[in-house]
Design a protein around this ligand. Structure first.
Ligand SMILES: *[C@@H]1O[C@H](CO)[C@@H](O)[C@H](O)[C@H]1NC(C)=O
Ligand SMILES: *[C@@H]1O[C@H](CO)[C@@H](O)[C@H](O)[C@H]1NC(C)=O
Ligand SMILES: *[C@@H]1O[C@H](CO)[C@@H](O)[C@H](O)[C@H]1NC(C)=O
Ligand SMILES: *[C@@H]1O[C@H](CO)[C@@H](O)[C@H](O)[C@H]1NC(C)=O
Ligand SMILES: *[C@@H]1O[C@H](CO)[C@@H](O)[C@H](O)[C@H]1NC(C)=O
Ligand SMILES: *[C@@H]1O[C@H](CO)[C@@H](O)[C@H](O)[C@H]1NC(C)=O
Length: 824
């Protein structure tokens, strides 16, 4: 499997821009220093009075208090003093002071200066910035929201009301109907939110409108690195990519927005929580992705501003290497602080599937989302004059009148002057063709590698065909490697992409046989005919959802040696393939959607905002739930069956690189596919807070307690005995030797007392037992239970199972279990 192959499964994967070369000697470093950040500041440090921060209950800080504000200014002053003391003026540029979630700064300095900083007392960590990459008309219905969930929240016109979702992404196109407030009930103020709104310097209008309540951009690191181009990246929250608008609309776009493109209607789009507010923190750019320094600044600001939910568009390309532990780096530590502040953090699993250990989201305090293919697929057919019917993809209307039309191959209809000069078979330039030969016929073009790398687009083929007066076009895949995944692209004129190489050959053979040529090879008569079917109608599949091929897979890793962690990831599965949503007409990222208002793309990036939006609905119903409780509700109620009630399947490659389906495991889907209706009323939750996560870190074998202290500002005074005792709604034991017993604590969040019967099952390699067999919990009460796992046979592979708690009032609480047996 070549690397290129991996990148072309889904066009969204072209959003990977890992390989940027940063020029110059100076580089960006993220530095943390001694002293509490605002989030854990308890007052009385160096003359500062105590504040209302209560570190036991993970609560939002009152950042408006004068004490906190002056403490925050004090931290910034100390950063400046430290740099001023060490380095000459003009030899460094401080890009950001981080004060809320971590105490530190981002600075543009030389390697030697970084070494100096490392040796300076009071400096805790110095890490070179690493790059991160960006990793729905139909999905609300598919997930049962309009009938199942929205009514309980007051209908779509109330779903998500007053919940603020922060988006760290490529910005937003504020004029899109998915974000407009013209036809909606007026939005009131959200007093708890304090984010700023930048003003568009072109039209002098604010980016905010009541629905969008915050809009800021973070580009200092990108600018310092010399890669920021204001004419395509825009020094404002404007989305120069498309990705940010797409995902914001998936989570919180207005309800019932008609999706139209090239004159065809593709249903109506709606966000998961259409009344939720959007707070934009742009830190991702089209060509180079993002710098952690900018992303951390964006997160720091978002939490300070008071978002409820944070949707992260980014993940590292590989585990950070500077720290030994995957869970401890400036990025994950910042997210831990965000969770401490009560913010629910969602992150995409990554698009590196279907191979094991490809996740880019690791930490237990984050909700990691895998991508599913939902039930809607598009298909089309080409009807050849010899009676053969070739399958293909094409989101376009049928050729007119059900009549067969003449086929003309691109290379046979070049202008004389163009002959030999161009390889014109990819049909990107209308001016090289002889319009007289093309008009009224079907133009046959070749799908070459240029389409894969983005220098050729289907949009341009359609444009070429249209400007030549063609009745339609065919794109035949010739020698792209098998295993390549193609996505249907909407076009205004009839068109079809024949993706199967053997079918392409049938088309070419037919064309060759029916076309007569003179001795020079020039065509005398075009006699091949065909018609293109209607590709606009989706086909609804019952074998849905399935884990998408590109979705990253577990096991999770705990350090750079790629040792398995005792934490199951991903956490949950949500739709992420062929998702229709808003697009920024200013976005230049996807060649097929330049200038458009909507796009249909795929990626775990599209799955994460589904969870962000659904989390907003849960938060609306249960405003006081912790991030862990919300995550638990989503996970324990999710489903491991597809719509046909069969076990979920995962797309995989068979030996020959063609796609096949295999029975999915928790390493593909975590706990299963999200079930929003059930998540609102989970019965029990597995709760956890900052102290528990800290205890988890302190329990990881071989971890350096100073490293923990440096990243979290907290001492290791508490351990869990074994990392798998962290109270997560899943159990993972990477090295099971003999028998191991883990404990879990559940809290009854239902309205009444309920008795739960606890059962468990596991693959034959491992025995599982739970204790007690049943328990009764009063409303609001918590109780512990234990799960014992015993090795039965050692096979060198994981055993999968689950613990099921069935309540007397109908609640079903299920958690996945994974374990691998080892010898003593
Ligand atoms: C933690 O920070 C201290 C300075 O406060 C530094 O000396 C030490 O090397 C750091 N330890 C680790 C493991 O990063
Ligand atoms: C179009 O032609 C196909 C055969 O080529 C036929 O099966 C179909 O019924 C026709 N459709 C209409 C609407 O006439
Ligand atoms: C089709 O015919 C052309 C010229 O007659 C030839 O060069 C080409 O190899 C043929 N293609 C196939 C697939 O047979
Ligand atoms: C963004 O796109 C809109 C619509 O095409 C256009 O009016 C506007 O000028 C563009 N903005 C910028 C900054 O290019
Ligand atoms: C939400 O997060 C996902 C992945 O974590 C990302 O791809 C997507 O762009 C984000 N959406 C927004 C609007 O920030
Ligand atoms: C650990 O130490 C912190 C700070 O000193 C304290 O707030 C916390 O209660 C301690 N936790 C335990 C379990 O002792």
């Amino acid at each position: 499997m070549g690397i290129m192959n991996i990148m072309i499964w889904c066009e969204a994967l072209m959003l990977l821009f890992g390989a940027l070369i940063v020029m110059g000697k100076a580089e960006i470093y993220i530095v943390t220093v001694e002293g509490e950040p605002v989030i854990s500041y308890q007052g009385d440090l160096e003359g500062f009075e105590a504040t209302a921060v209560d570190s036991d209950s993970d609560q939002k800080i009152d950042v408006t208090s004068e004490t906190v504000r002056s403490y925050s200014r004090h931290l910034e002053k100390r950063h400046d003093m430290l740099l001023g003391m060490l380095f000459d003026h003009g030899t460094y540029t401080k890009l950001y002071s981080y004060r809320h979630l971590i105490n530190g700064f981002a600075v543009h300095i030389s390697h030697q200066q970084a070494e100096t900083l490392r040796r300076t007392p009071g400096v805790k960590s110095v890490e070179k910035d690493w790059k991160v990459s960006k990793l729905t008309t139909h999905t609300p219905q598919f997930l049962g929201l309009p009938t199942g969930v929205w009514p309980t929240g007051g209908g779509f016109d109330r779903a998500g009301e007053d919940i603020v979702i922060g988006f760290v992404d490529s910005g937003i196109y504020p004029h899109h109907p998915s974000f407009s407030t013209h036809n909606t009930e007026p939005y009131g103020p959200v007093p708890k939110y304090r984010g700023k709104c930048e003003v568009d310097h072109v039209n002098k209008r604010s980016f905010c409108n009541g629905k969008i309540i915050g809009a800021q951009h973070f580009a200092a690191a990108a600018i310092a690195a010399g890669v920021f181009n204001p004419s395509i990246d825009f020094a404002s929250p404007l989305d120069g990519d498309g990705h940010g608008s797409h995902t914001a609309a998936i989570a919180a776009g207005n309800n019932g927005i008609p999706v139209r493109m090239h004159g065809s209607a593709f249903g109506k789009a709606s966000g998961m929580a259409p009344r939720a507010r959007i707070a934009v923190y742009k830190a991702i750019y089209r060509l180079f992705g993002g710098f952690v320094a900018d992303v951390v600044a964006a997160i720091d600001q978002a939490v300070h501003d008071g978002v409820d939910i944070l949707n992260l568009s980014v993940g590292a390309n590989s585990p950070p290497t500077a720290t030994k532990t995957t869970f401890l780096n400036p990025f994950d530590a910042t997210l831990l602080a965000a969770v401490k502040a009560g913010v629910f953090v969602v992150q995409a699993a990554g698009n590196g599937g279907p191979f094991p250990k490809t996740l880019v989201s690791y930490s237990p305090w984050i909700t990691t989302v895998a991508a599913a293919v939902d039930d809607r697929r598009y298909k089309n057919h080409l009807f050849l004059g010899n009676g053969k019917i070739l399958p293909g993809l094409g989101l376009s209307p049928a050729t007119h009148g059900n009549r067969s039309l003449i086929l003309v191959a691109a290379n046979d209809v070049l202008l004389d002057s163009s002959l030999k000069k161009y390889s014109a078979s990819d049909c990107q330039r209308p001016e090289v063709f002889n319009k007289n030969l093309v008009e009224g016929n079907i133009l046959v073009c070749g799908y070459t590698f240029n389409f894969v790398v983005g220098t050729a687009s289907i949009k341009m083929v359609a444009k070429t065909a249209k400007s030549l007066g063609a009745a339609g076009f065919i794109l035949a895949v010739e020698n792209i490697s098998p295993g390549t995944k193609f996505d249907p692209v909407p076009t205004g004129i009839p068109g079809i992409l024949i993706t199967d190489v053997t079918k392409s050959m049938e088309l070419i053979d037919y064309y060759n046989m029916s076309t007569s040529r003179d001795w020079t090879g020039r065509v005398e008569n075009f006699n091949g005919v065909a018609k293109i079917g209607d590709g606009l109608l989706p086909i609804l599949h019952r074998s849905a959802p399935q884990v998408a091929i590109f979705s990253s897979r577990g096991p999770n890793v705990k350090d750079y040696s790629y040792e398995d962690a005792d934490i199951l990831k991903p956490d949950i599965l949500a739709p992420g393939s062929l998702i229709w949503s808003a697009w920024s007409p200013n976005g230049t990222d996807e060649a097929n959607y330049v200038g458009e208002g909507f796009a249909m793309i795929c990626g775990t990036s599209m799955a994460a905002p589904h969870i962000a939006g659904i989390a907003a609905l849960v938060k609306q119903k249960h405003p006081h739930w912790s991030p862990a409780a919300i995550k638990s509700a989503l996970m324990t109620t999710s489903s491991t069956l597809d719509r046909a009630e069969r076990p979920l399947q995962a797309q995989q490659y068979s030996g020959s690189e063609t796609m096949t389906l295999v029975t999915a495991t928790p390493f593909d889907y975590g706990s299963g596919h999200v079930n929003p209706r059930a998540a609102l009323d989970p019965g029990l939750v597995f709760d956890a807070g900052y102290e528990d996560y800290l205890g988890f870190l302190c329990t990881i074998p071989g971890i350096d307690v100073h490293e923990i202290r440096n990243y979290t500002n907290s001492p290791c005074n508490y351990t869990l005995g074994h990392p798998s005792n962290l109270n997560t709604p899943s159990i993972a034991i990477a090295r099971l030797v003999g028998t191991q017993t883990v404990t879990r604590t559940v809290t009854n969040v239902g309205e009444e007392e309920e008795t739960y019967v606890i059962t468990a099952r596991m693959g034959p390699e491992v025995a599982i037992e739970t204790d007690p067999p049943a328990m009764t919990l009063r409303q609001g009460r918590s109780r512990k239970f234990s799960v014992s796992l015993t090795v039965r046979s050692i096979t060198g592979s994981y055993s999968f199972g689950e613990v099921l708690m069935k309540g007397s009032r109908g609640h079903k609480v299920r958690i996945p279990v994974v374990a691998m047996g080892y010898y003593h």
